[in-house]
Design a protein around this ligand. Structure first.
Ligand SMILES: [Zn+2]
Length: 266
């Protein structure tokens, strides 16, 4: 009897040890997987694109002043672009987003309130993105998983929260500094000098100077034989390199962080 009790106790202890070991192993595996995904995202080398394609992107809309003018320019030039929209602006101007979509442009998510995502918890980040994703779906009939973090601000937490939920973070390779810039000539010059294969140009639904620069940018890039594509087109073609824009951004832009542009006001 005593021997049996001792045996049971030992067995019980052994099971406890096995359970603890299994738990530790599980924690270890989860940690390695999360670490690996972070490293994979950050270690993809940037290689110049093969295709002479370029994507124009417009943040912070829809805006009642700028968006109709931008759409008009794009229509005139026969170019499709991508609009990274802010949820609270979509709520205010749903008809503008409807027009963007009807005219064949691509739509991405630029959060609901335009916050600095690095300051938010994982749950808050996803709330910002999900709210806008659902709003966009109501108007376009399609969910968008393309995300541009406000101000291009992100960290490991933002990368993991977005990518593990199926979102794809899209930054840019070419920022002509149009936000708050009073010279359309300067915007044009910077945009074309930063153009490259499979590049992404970041512009805003903001000042008239941006609108004025658009036809010149398009005309010069057409001369240089670039084909204008949307982000979805670009992603389709270079799916294997979809994280390339993190690297490019890290290397060339992060050294001079952007002001968290707040075109979005009540
Ligand atoms: Zn923005």
């Amino acid at each position: 009897m005593i021997i049996k009790k001792l045996k049971d106790k030992l067995l019980e202890k052994r099971y406890r040890v096995i359970l603890v070991m299994a738990f530790l192993l599980l924690v270890g595996v989860v940690a390695i997987i999360s670490r690996k995904s972070e490293m994979e995202l950050r270690s993809l080398p940037f290689s110049p694109g093969e295709f002479k394609e370029i994507a124009l992107t417009f943040d912070d809309g829809p805006d009642p002043m700028a968006t109709p003018k931008i759409l008009d320019m794009l229509n005139r030039e026969g170019v499709k672009a991508t609009f990274f929209v802010v949820g609270k602006m979509v709520e205010k101007y749903p008809e503008l987003l409807r027009q963007v979509w009807k005219e064949g442009h691509d739509v991405g998510n630029h959060t609901y309130n335009h916050p600095d995502l690095t300051k938010l918890s994982r749950e808050e980040i996803l709330k910002e993105l999900d709210k806008t994703r659902i709003l966009v779906k109501k108007i376009t009939g399609k969910y968008t998983y393309l995300v541009r973090p406000p101000g291009g601000r992100y960290d490991n937490k933002v990368i993991l929260a977005t990518t593990l939920s199926g979102y794809k973070m899209i930054l840019w390779t070419d920022y002509p500094g149009d936000y708050g810039c009073s010279s359309s000539r300067l915007i044009y010059q910077r945009a074309v000098s930063g153009a490259e294969n499979e590049g992404i140009i970041l512009l805003h639904n903001g000042l008239d100077t941006t609108v004025e620069a658009i036809p010149r940018i398009i005309s010069e890039l057409k001369k240089r034989k670039y084909r204008f594509v949307t982000i979805s087109d670009l992603m389709e073609e270079i799916r294997a390199k979809e994280s390339v824009y993190f690297e490019k951004f890290e290397r060339e832009q992060k050294a001079r962080p952007l002001p968290l542009e707040m075109a979005v006001t009540e």
